[in-house]
Design a protein around this ligand. Structure first.
Ligand SMILES: NC(=O)c1ccc[n+]([C@@H]2O[C@H](COP(=O)([O-])OP(=O)(O)OC[C@H]3O[C@@H](n4cnc5c(N)ncnc54)[C@H](OP(=O)(O)O)[C@@H]3O)[C@@H](O)[C@H]2O)c1
Length: 289
């Protein structure tokens, strides 16, 4: 690989894994910080990319706080939709291949357990709506050279950096908590960011196009995840299933945003995610020894 690759969101959970993996290649990497490249100022985005002239754009940056997006829908729309539209227009103008990471949050309103690539997305919150509008902007403005990957609940970051659900459960277990509570009435799928980053490197090489779901097999609750972590870490306390109404949030969460792929296995079996418990165990192993 000897591409000039522009990464947005290179400081985020996924962006760090991908930037590290790419640093072992001959690619020239451009990672812009917020001072030079701000999603909330889409006007500057187009000219920034035109000046850099990358031939690959990995668009990971987003307003990812689902509840903030609900409270400030205009911000969600600007950062996740309009900024993505400018990136797609600039990609088209540069002849660049564009990767956009979308989310299982584009689904949920239909009330199904699990959604594949043939399901028509209908989101239940502003974050999901803004990510879906981002997808549509990519398709409309960079029609021939884009890849859209929809990820589920992303796990990653590792020790000291994971402040999300998995990191919090591990921390509580390490702190000797006698009891853990986890929501059992909301479902989704997990995506291990390391596996996604490996797939992204493969996709850059292939210049893969289209829309794919990328998540481990299984539609599960956070209670299932907590129980699996408890088993992996020999936790002896109680893990208690609770209703989502115990943790009121600004943004409505769908009953299920589980995703599975009809098409991923047609690409290359060796870079497909596996069964959710196995992929979770791979990640949990990075916290041990
Ligand atoms: N996390 C999940 O569970 C999940 C699930 C499905 C899909 N996704 C999608 O996957 C992608 C990567 O997610 P992630 O979890 O790696 O994200 P993350 O850790 O929340 O990082 C977000 C990145 O976007 C950047 N960013 C945020 N607002 C910005 C702005 N106004 N201008 C410029 N940069 C800005 C952040 O920069 P700073 O470091 O400066 O804050 C950071 O690099 C996102 O597109 C997200 O929508 C995430």
């Amino acid at each position: 690989m000897s591409d000039k690759i522009f990464i947005t969101g290179g400081t985020g959970m996924l962006g760090v894994y991908v930037a590290n993996a790419l640093s072992d290649t001959h690619c020239q990497i451009v990672v812009a910080d917020r001072h030079r490249f701000d999603l909330s100022n889409p006007k500057c985005i187009y000219s920034f990319i035109r000046e850099e002239r990358p031939n690959v754009i990995l668009h990971f940056a987003a307003e990812t706080d689902v509840d903030l997006c609900e409270r400030e829908p205009a911000r969600a729309g600007i950062c996740n939709h309009l900024a993505t539209e400018q990136i797609a227009k600039a990609a088209e103008a540069c002849g660049a291949w564009l990767l956009y990471i979308s989310s299982s949050n584009v689904f949920g309103a239909e009330g199904k357990i699990s959604y594949n690539e043939l399901d028509i997305p209908i989101p239940t919150n502003y974050y999901g709506r803004s990510k879906l509008n981002g997808e549509e902007a990519v398709k409309a403005n960079c029609p021939e050279r884009h890849l859209i990957l929809r990820a589920g609940w992303m796990i990653g970051g590792g020790p000291g950096k994971d402040h999300k659900f998995v990191g919090k459960i591990i921390q509580q277990i390490k702190n000797g908590a006698a009891e853990l509570k986890a929501v059992s009435d909301r479902l989704g799928s997990i995506t291990y960011a390391v596996q996604l980053s490996e797939f992204i490197l493969w996709a850059i090489n292939q210049r893969q196009t289209g829309t794919f779901h990328f998540a481990s097999n299984g539609t599960i609750s956070r209670f299932d995840i907590a129980r699996a972590i408890g088993d992996l870490l020999n936790y002896r306390g109680d893990i208690v299933p609770v209703q989502s109404s115990m943790f009121p949030l600004s943004a409505p969460r769908p009953f299920s945003e589980g995703i599975k792929s009809l098409y991923l296995s047609t690409l290359d079996e060796s870079i497909n995610p596996g069964y959710w418990k196995d992929d979770l165990a791979r990640y949990i192993a990075t916290f041990q020894g």
